[in-house]
Design a protein around this ligand. Structure first.
Ligand code: TRP
Length: 521
C-alpha cells in the first residue's frame, strides 16, 4: 500500500515508507543534525522565518522522494527521512503549525484560508479551471464545504434574509443552488459572513456587490447567467452598488487568444450581462485591460496584494508550477483587487472600509481565500462570499456546461428549435429504457439533467415538487419532462435575446465608464 502522505506516516505500519532502523544511518544522521544545529545556531536560528523552514521541509521532501524513486540504498533513504522529520519539528516550532505539503505558513494560522484549491476529494476535482466528478448526481457539495472550510447556508439564514429584506428568498437560495458562504472568524461561530452583511443592512451600513466573468468567447451559455441572475436579485433587494470585472487579461494569459479578441469578447459579454437587467446608475462594468491603467486606486491595490502573497502561497493555492508564465502567477492579485472599495475611488470616494459581498460559483473560491487571507494584512475588511453550485452539462452533472463543447450547452444565441433539439437529443435522462418499465419503476430525478435545469429555472415551487413526485412515481415520462423544460427555457432565452438587442454600443459605454454611481459615500 502506498500512503497518501509518505512524509507524515513514516513510522506507521502498512505502508511502503521505509522504517528507520540502521545504526550506520543513525551515526550519519547525528552528524547531519549536529551540522544543521551548529549552522543554525551560529547564524541565529531564531532569525529564520517560517517560510524559510517551510521551503527547507519541501526541498527535503523532494530529496526523499527522489531517493525513493531512484531506488537509493536504504540507509541513505533512512537518513534523509530522519532529517525530514527533524526539519518538520523545527518548522512546527517556528510557525506554530504542522507542516502540510502545498500549504505554506500563514500569518494567521487560525484563518484557515490557504487550503490548496485543486485537492482531489474522492473522485471530485474542483478548481478554477476544472470541474469533474464520476458521480451522476454531480459534485458532492457537502464534502466540498468541509474541504474548502466554508459554511452551509442553513434554512435559518434564509429565513433571516427574508425577515430583514421583507422579500421572498430567490429560488437559487430556496433550492440550495447558492449553498455556501464563508465564516468570518473560526472561534466565533455566530459571526457568519452573510449574517454580518445582514447586520450591516439592518444598521443602514452600506456594502457593495462584486462579481465577474472571464470573457473566453463571444458565446455565453445559460450556466454563465446564474451568478448574474442572482446578483441582479441581490442588487434589487439590497439597493447597493455593483462592480463587475471582465477578466480579459486572464483569458489572454490562459488561452490561445489575442489581446484584441479577449477585449472584444469582454465588450460582447458585457451586452449579455447588461441584458440581465442591471441598473446603469448602480452598476460599473469594467475590462481589466481598460480600467487597470485608468484608475488611481485599482493598480495600487494590485501591488499591495502582490507584496503580501508569496510564490509559495499561490503555488499552494492554485497549483501553479515553476514553468508557468509570470502573468498567471500574479493574476490572482488582479481578481482580488475589486474586493476592496479603494479600487473604485470614483464610486466610494476613497473610503476603504466598505464591506464587499461576492456571489460566485464555488470554483472561484481559491481566489477569494487568498483575498481574505491578505485583507487584514493590508488594512481592509475581508470580503464576504456566497457560493453557487455548477450548472450541469446536458450530458450529465459529472461536469459543468462548457462553451467549447457546443453539444454540452444551451447558448444564449440558440433558436427555439435548437433548444428543443438539444434537450431532446442530449439531455441526460434518469428515465427507464421503455415506457412500461418507466411506468412500473419510475425515473430518477436526482440524475436527470432536465429536472436539474428545472430546479434552476422553474419559479413555481409547488409545480416543481409535483414534477419530481410524478417523475419518480413513473406517472410523468421523460418526453413529458423534457417538454416542460423546453417550454420553460424557450421564452426565457427569447426574452434574453430581445433585451440584448436593445443594448447598444452607447449603453455598453455608459456601463463601462468609470463614474460616480447613485450612492453617496
Ligand atoms: N475568473 C472568473 C472567470 O474566469 C472571472 C471573475 C473575475 C469572477 N472576478 C470574479 C467571477 C468575481 C466571480 C466573482 O470566469
Amino acid at each position: 500500500m502506498q500512503c497518501a502522505d509518505e512524509w507524515s506516516c513514516i513510522s506507521e505500519t502498512g505502508c511502503d515508507c521505509t522504517p528507520f532502523s540502521s545504526w550506520a544511518a543513525v551515526c550519519t544522521l547525528a552528524h547531519i543534525l549536529a551540522d544543521t544545529m551548529t549552522d543554525s545556531q551560529t547564524d541565529g536560528a531564531a532569525a529564520e522565518s517560517p517560510m524559510e523552514f517551510y521551503e527547507k521541509v519541501t526541498a527535503q521532501g523532494e530529496a526523499v522522494r527522489e531517493l525513493k524513486t531512484g531506488k537509493a540504498p536504504k540507509e541513505e533513504i533512512d537518513v534523509a527521512v530522519k532529517l525530514l522529520l527533524q526539519l518538520k519539528l523545527d518548522y512546527k516550532r517556528v510557525s506554530g503549525q504542522d507542516y502540510k505539503a502545498g500549504w505554506p505558513p500563514t500569518d494567521s494560522p487560525a484563518s484557515g484560508e490557504s487550503v490548496p484549491a485543486a485537492a482531489e476529494d474522492g473522485d471530485d476535482l474542483v478548481d478554477p479551471w476544472t470541474v469533474a466528478t464520476s458521480n451522476a448526481k454531480g459534485v458532492d457539495y457537502e464534502k466540498l464545504i468541509v474541504r474548502f472550510g466554508s459554511s452551509k447556508i442553513e434554512a435559518e439564514l434564509i429565513e433571516r434574509m427574508e425577515r430583514v429584506t421583507g422579500q421572498k428568498a430567490h429560488r437559487f437560495l430556496r433550492r440550495g443552488i447558492f449553498f455556501s458562504h464563508r465564516r468570518v472568524q473560526q472561534p466565533c461561530p455566530s459571526a457568519l459572513d452573510m449574517h454580518q452583511i445582514l447586520d450591516a443592512y439592518e444598521n443602514k451600513k452600506s456594502f457593495y456587490l462584486y462579481t465577474g466573468r472571464g470573457p473566453s468567447s463571444e458565446a455565453m451559455h445559460m450556466g454563465h447567467l446564474i451568478p448574474f441572475i442572482f446578483t441582479k436579485w441581490l442588487q434589487d433587494v439590497f439597493d447597493i452598488p455593483l462592480v463587475i470585472q471582465l477578466t480579459d487579461d486572464e483569458k489572454y494569459l490562459w488561452k490561445d487568444l489575442t489581446l484584441e479578441d479577449c477585449h472584444r469578447y469582454a465588450v460582447e459579454n458585457a451586452k449579455d450581462i447588461i441584458a440581465c437587467g442591471f441598473d446603469v446608475n448602480k452598476t460599473f462594468i469594467f475590462s481589466d485591460l481598460d480600467y487597470m491603467g485608468m484608475s488611481s486606486g485599482f493598480y495600487r491595490n494590485v501591488v499591495k496584494i502582490q507584496k503580501h502573497v508569496t510564490f509559495n502561497q499561490v503555488k499552494g493555492i492554485f497549483g501553479f508550477t515553476d514553468s508557468e508564465c509570470i502573468g498567471k502567477i500574479s493574476f490572482p492579485a488582479i481578481q482580488a483587487a475589486p474586493s476592496f472599495s479603494t479600487s473604485f475611488p470614483q464610486i466610494f470616494n476613497g473610503r476603504k472600509d466598505i464591506q464587499c459581498l461576492i456571489p460566485c460559483a464555488i470554483d472561484q473560491d481559491p481566489y477569494f481565500r487568498m483575498t481574505r487571507d491578505v485583507a487584514p494584512r493590508i488594512g481592509y475588511p475581508k470580503p464576504a462570499l456566497l457560493h453557487s453550485t455548477f450548472f450541469p452539462a446536458l450530458q450529465g452533472a459529472q461536469t459543468k456546461m462548457s462553451a467549447s463543447d457546443p453539444n454540452s450547452s444551451i447558448f444564449l444565441t440558440d433558436t427555439a428549435k435548437q433548444i428543443k433539439n438539444k434537450i431532446n437529443k442530449h439531455a441526460f435522462s434518469g428515465g427507464r429504457d421503455t415506457v412500461e418499465e418507466h411506468r412500473k419503476h419510475g425515473g430518477d430525478a436526482d440524475v436527470d439533467v432536465s429536472f436539474m435545469y428545472l430546479t434552476f429555472f422553474l419559479e413555481d415551487d409547488e409545480k416543481l415538487e409535483q414534477i419530481r413526485q410524478d417523475y419518480t412515481s413513473g406517472a410523468l415520462l421523460t418526453g413529458e419532462l423534457k417538454k416542460c423544460l423546453i417550454e420553460t427555457l424557450q421564452p426565457m432565452i427569447t426574452q434574453h435575446q430581445e433585451r440584448r438587442k436593445q443594448v447598444t454600443d452607447e449603453t455598453v459605454k455608459q456601463f463601462m465608464t468609470p463614474r460616480k454611481l447613485d450612492f453617496h459615500f
